[in-house]
Ligand binder design. Structure first.
Ligand code: SF4
Ligand code: SF4
Length: 716
């Protein structure tokens, strides 16, 4: 990874009394070190990638503390890492993106929570739910319920989040339950300040090793018959112990209560939005003071029945602000109140939506409905006026535009090596007919948008080849599975390749070998080119992904007999290879490895290198593509085939031409796709390739002068 987290790494070293200022996710990372964590693992994914990225780049400092850090192959291996805390007094933390990562980790999580833990085990999940989410809209709550995991959802304020992380380890140890700390996107990025404590070097660590393994204890295995006793212990011992700890350390907070005798129960992570909503009605201020009686659940599972009953007793009504569906917390509270004989009316999903993110506006609407019904003496005029103005602004904007704004789907970066492969696939389908495309998670999923619109299904990370297994036998034409190198190592090798080989499947697998898990932040994987190759190559602009052949060796080793390696940018060759894969008599698994380094990562390396070269007044050549507007036929098939954001249109300077002509904007990184496409698809010959030479040599100047003279002579 070419991104440096040196500044963040320095923040982790802060000691007692120093002030930390930054984002929520970095505060959580610091809190792990203040809690004496002994090992950290995980699989990157928004919005928690930063945690692992920073720790991986802080390995030297972690080694000083004796903390082991390990980027795992997938979330299942990260969850399994927590097995260290079953026998040993080791505090461990792992991280991943939920809900997808939690799905992958589910088996290990069950097997961890059944025997329970001795050292505190903390799983920090990015709860990718809501407006900015990039995955299926489900919540982690169901996993906490079914596997008896503690679930913490801290109020997004840095000092408080740090406190909750430190308690999470102790809570896990007090109850033997692994703890999950769920962080919404906003909580990860909220900025703030807290006073640091010293980092704690763990007692058992990579510097202070265990003398011997723990004694054999069958009771620590998730294996019958002890699983029956473990299941009883969850409800009989662990959850009661957790509840005692939650009450003793006041992990849930009572806030406000000066206005009305109605109450709000809110997930901690939603507290800031609740306060902003209440502020519109004059019931809170921007500093977080809330006049409504509020129970902030920083631990959302397990709930403490006595705490809930006491909070609700005697109130006119209580509103539960719980994002997502089903309404686990609301149902739990309803059952608690019924058992305790508390008859306070309970509201929640009858006033707030079942699905979608609880933004300030959404909460404000629910709050207005709740207060109008149960606290009619509270004036709602200001809040209702704000809601009406918000709706009016939206309507006015829609009217002014005359039509909804055009969708702006995400797409490949400029010069991405995966774009040419889909251009080739478009052309190949002109030769062989349409094919079923099993898509996958990764940057290549951008091909599901215009101008490619390819991909019939996405069943999970690394699952494309497996997901076409039921389709292939039913289809006259062969099917295509697309997978990135990240997906290949995460799951695809075992779930897809191994299964297809074992079953003798006749299918085509296309692996995008760009050298990184690009979609999650260009983290390195086992097939990433060695750093020396990347950083000390004579020309740092050069792609080095071919130097690492571990994917190809693995495929050959496992028995793939039909394997082709093709340069991603060579559209003609890729088209011909796809044609061959779909028509060959070879009936087994055919794998095409498309090689081309992630352009984002390449540019991160190239730009500073180029800037340094220029500063040193050295010769630098930049390749740019352009369109000769006299030759441009105006059909724009180049744009439909490429989709590169720097390939655009402009008015023709010829007054006799009314249609716009194609043009290449400034951002062109000279990937060469324009030329390759024009060649492979026999487009109009309007593209030209130019070399912009900075600090030219005498030879460059001489060649340029000769060319100018010759061209001038021909033009005359
Ligand atoms: S991050 Fe890399 S692989 Fe992903 S779209 Fe950008 S250039 Fe392509
Ligand atoms: S060569 Fe074409 S496809 Fe490549 S970056 Fe430039 S405009 Fe985009």
């Amino acid at each position: 990874m070419e991104v440096s987290f040196a500044k963040e790494a320095r923040m982790l070293r802060k000691g007692a009394g120093e002030v930390f200022h930054g984002e929520g996710i970095l505060a959580i990372t610091k809190a792990l070190l203040q809690s004496g964590v002994a090992y950290v693992g995980g699989y990157q994914g928004a919005p928690v990638s930063h945690l692992l990225d920073v720790l991986v780049q802080s390995k030297d400092y972690l080694a000083e503390l004796g903390v082991h850090v390990e980027p795992c192959a997938n979330e299942a291996s990260a969850a399994a890492m927590l097995g260290a805390s079953i026998h040993y007094p080791l505090r461990g933390a792992v991280t991943w993106k939920s809900i997808v990562g939690t799905n992958v980790a589910a088996d290990a999580l069950s097997n961890l929570s059944s025997p329970g833990v001795k050292g505190g085990a903390l799983i920090i999940v990015g709860e990718d739910y809501g407006e900015g989410a990039s995955v299926i809209q489900e919540r982690t709550y169901a996993f906490a319920l079914k596997s008896s995991l503690l679930l913490l959802d801290p109020r997004p304020e840095l000092a408080h989040m740090v406190r909750i992380v430190e308690h999470a380890f102790a809570l896990s140890e007090a109850s033997s339950m692994p703890a999950v700390l769920t962080l919404r996107i906003r909580a990860c990025h909220v900025r703030g300040t807290f006073e640091c404590r010293d980092n704690v070097a763990p007692a058992v660590s990579t510097r202070h090793l265990l003398d011997d393994p723990a004694a054999f204890d069958y009771g620590k295995l998730a294996h019958p018959p002890v699983t029956f006793a473990q299941e009883k212990r969850k409800s009989g011992e662990r959850i009661p112990a957790a509840r005692r700890y939650i009450v003793d350390h006041a992990l849930n907070e009572r806030i406000g209560g000066t206005r009305g005798d109605v109450g709000i129960v809110v997930q901690g992570g939603l507290f800031n939005s609740l306060v902003r909503a209440a502020a519109q009605f004059g019931l809170a201020d921007v500093l977080g003071e809330c006049a409504l009686s509020t129970l902030v659940l920083n631990v959302v599972y397990p709930l403490v029945p006595e705490e809930i009953a006491e909070f609700c007793r005697g109130k006119r009504a209580v509103l539960v602000v719980e994002e997502g569906q089903p309404e686990f917390i609301e149902q739990d509270i309803a059952a608690t109140l019924r058992r305790a004989g508390v008859s306070t009316p309970l509201c929640g999903k009858d006033m707030l939506p079942h699905a979608g993110e609880y933004t300030v506006e959404v909460i404000a609407r629910g709050l207005a409905a709740f207060l109008a019904k149960h606290a009619p003496e509270i004036a709602l005029d200001d809040g209702n006026a704000w809601l009406a103005a918000t709706a009016r602004r939206r309507d006015d904007a829609a009217q002014a535009l005359g039509a909804p704004l055009p969708a702006r789907p995400p797409q490949f970066c400029i010069g991405c090596p995966e774009r040419p492969v889909f251009a080739a696939l478009k052309l190949a389908q002109q030769d062989i007919g349409p094919v079923h495309v099993a898509a996958d998670i990764g940057c290549h999923a951008f091909a599901t948008f215009e101008p490619f619109s390819m991909g019939h299904s996405i069943l999970g990370y690394g699952m494309s080849l497996a997901s076409r297994a039921g389709v292939s036998p039913m289809m006259k034409r062969r099917t295509l599975a697309v997978m990135g190198d990240g997906g290949f190592w995460h799951n695809g090798l075992l779930t897809g390749v191994q299964s297809a080989l074992f079953n003798g499947d006749d299918a085509v697998l296309l692996i995008m070998k760009n050298g990184y898990t690009s979609a999650t932040g260009t983290q390195e994987i086992i097939s990433t080119p060695a750093e020396d190759d990347r950083m000390h190559a004579a020309d740092k602009a050069q792609s080095r992904v071919h130097d690492n052949q571990v994917i190809e060796k693995t495929l050959r080793g496992i028995g793939v007999a039909w394997l082709r390696i093709v340069d991603s940018y060579d559209v003609s060759k890729m088209r011909a290879t796809l044609d061959e894969a779909f028509t060959t008599d070879f009936a087994g698994l055919k794998v095409i490895v498309a090689e081309g380094e992630c352009q984002l990562e390449r540019q991160r390396r190239v730009k500073p290198w180029r800037a340094q070269q220029l500063a040193d007044r050295k010769r630098v050549v930049r390749v740019k593509y352009g369109v000769d507007e006299d030759t441009c036929s105006g059909d724009h098939s180049c744009i439909r085939l490429s989709g590169c954001p720097t390939l655009s249109v402009k008015p023709s300077s010829d007054p006799l031409r009314v249609d716009p002509v194609a043009t290449v904007l400034d951002g062109c990184v000279g990937c060469g796709l324009c030329g390759s496409n024009a060649h492979a698809a026999s487009l109009c010959p309007s593209f030209y390739r130019a070399e912009v030479i900075h600090n030219p040599s005498w030879r460059d100047r001489l060649v340029a002068r000769v060319r100018e003279t010759a061209i001038g002579w021909m033009q005359r």
